[in-house]
Design a protein around this ligand. Structure first.
Ligand SMILES: *Cc1c(COP(=O)(O)O)cnc(C)c1O
Length: 411
């Protein structure tokens, strides 16, 4: 740690090839000061940038541009803005990726990645155990673009192998999954993806790079909904794609530039600030979730508890090896079905009834009628999202208060 400090330039810019640890990168990476010497990074609330001359404008507009590099031409904030670029550089560093492109939302990160990299006739292998809107996008919108999807069991690498066709160009998964916290073996599925030469995309929303780094395990691309833990306080909607420059700086950047699902500078500024405390927050989310999960697990009023940190979780060992923490999401079943779940949700005083997760505030959701409500009942069955399931995104309140609130609501 301290040995690196001598390498830092006077204005805090990280030198190339630095081996700063994640916590240091989250605070220091990519800071560029203006002539005013501000300490906190400025917010470039500007839609465009001015040029010295017509010749300079023409030259910069004809450049190919680049997504997350240090030497970037700023022209127009649909595709380049210093505040957004700072966020991109920081997140790329945290994930260990070459490049990052920020997007307007997590869903636009997923959609843009697919549309930028795939073509009509291409095929995706994915698991239905994922965020409801992602399943909807894959089932209802991608087929209209001529992109087909095969669904496989998340936790079975052999199934991924068997689903590969000649037209397969992408594997897509989320781990741990929303809401049941199933854990996929990233390295095993990466080996299949590599052998069959397909892009392997991992939605790292639930863990963040503080707990899991899919690129190191062989994924090609990492997706984020920055809306969740990266913001961490439920303020802004945003997303990001992290991966190799060869894919992002060409195809994805070109898509962003023309199609425009870009992140606003204000949101990027909020997310950059969020990243500074990410590691600390994730630690506390994990501690609080572990305490809540074991309390629920011991309570006879509660049915099955889903949390990768519990010994009873089917992928507990894999999660322990693949993640540096078990995450902040705990789901559990109530025997009384939807009415019992709604009764509990209506009975809480502290917890917020909202679909967001990854917030400093603990949130409680009924997935079957909200986040997964637009899925068909058959799809919900396949995903095992039962009517009695309740999802809690454990926040940063004192865990005793969270437990006490759920306890009184269960009574
Ligand atoms: C919320 C979420 C998304 C979508 O992100 P938005 O920012 O809401 O568009 C994608 N994947 C996962 C796992 C999520 O939880």
């Amino acid at each position: 740690m301290s040995e690196k400090s001598t390498d830092v330039t006077a204005n805090g810019i990280q030198p190339a090839g630095s081996d700063w640890r994640l916590e240091t990168l989250a605070v220091r990476e990519g800071i560029e000061r203006t002539g005013y010497g501000e300490h906190s990074e400025p917010l470039f609330a500007t839609s465009s940038f001015v040029f010295e001359s017509a010749e300079e404008a023409a030259r910069k507009f004809s450049g190919s541009g680049s997504a997350g590099s240090d030497e970037i031409d700023y022209l127009y904030s649909r595709f380049s803005n210093p505040t957004v670029n700072h966020f991109q550089q920081k997140l790329a560093a945290l994930e260990g990726g070459e490049s990052c492109i920020a997007t307007a939302s997590g869903m636009s990160a997923i959609f843009s990645t697919i549309v930028a990299l795939l073509h009509q006739g291409d095929h995706i292998v994915a698991s239905k155990s994922m965020f409801g809107s992602t399943v909807n996008l894959f089932e209802k919108i991608l087929p209209r673009l001529g992109i087909s999807v095969s669904w496989v069991k998340l936790c079975d690498p052999v199934a991924w192998q068997q689903a590969v066709r000649q037209e397969t160009r992408m594997f897509f998964l989320e781990t741990p999954t929303n809401p049941l916290t199933e854990v996929a073996d990233i390295a095993a599925i990466a080996a299949v993806a590599k052998a069959t030469d397909v892009h392997f995309v991992v939605d790292n929303c639930f863990c963040t790079p503080a707990l899991q780094r899919p690129l190191e395990l062989g994924a090609t691309i990492v997706i984020h909904s920055a809306t969740k833990y990266i913001d961490g306080q439920g303020r802004c909607v945003g997303g990001a794609v992290v991966g190799p420059a060869s894919l992002l700086d060409n195809d994805l950047y070109a898509f962003m530039r023309s199609a425009g699902p870009s992140m606003s500078p204000f949101n990027a500024w909020v997310f950059s600030k969020g990243l500074e405390t990410l590691s600390l927050r994730m630690q506390r989310h994990c501690e609080n979730a572990a305490a809540l999960a074991s309390w629920l697990d011991d309570d006879p009023r509660v049915g099955h508890v889903y949390y990768p940190g519990l010994q009873s979780h089917p992928q507990h060992a894999l999660a322990a090896q693949q993640q540096s923490g078990f995450g902040g999401i705990v789901s559990f079943e109530l025997a009384g079905g939807q009415s019992a779940a709604w009764q509990l949700i209506d009975g809480v005083n502290i917890l917020s009834i909202t679909a967001n997760l990854g917030d400093s505030r603990t949130t409680i959701t009924h997935p079957a009628t909200t986040t997964h409500g637009r899925m068909s009942e058959a799809d919900r069955d396949i995903a095992n999202v039962k009517p009695g399931l309740v999802r809690v995104s454990v926040g940063l309140e004192h865990v005793d208060d969270i437990i006490a609130d759920i306890d009184q609501a269960l009574k």
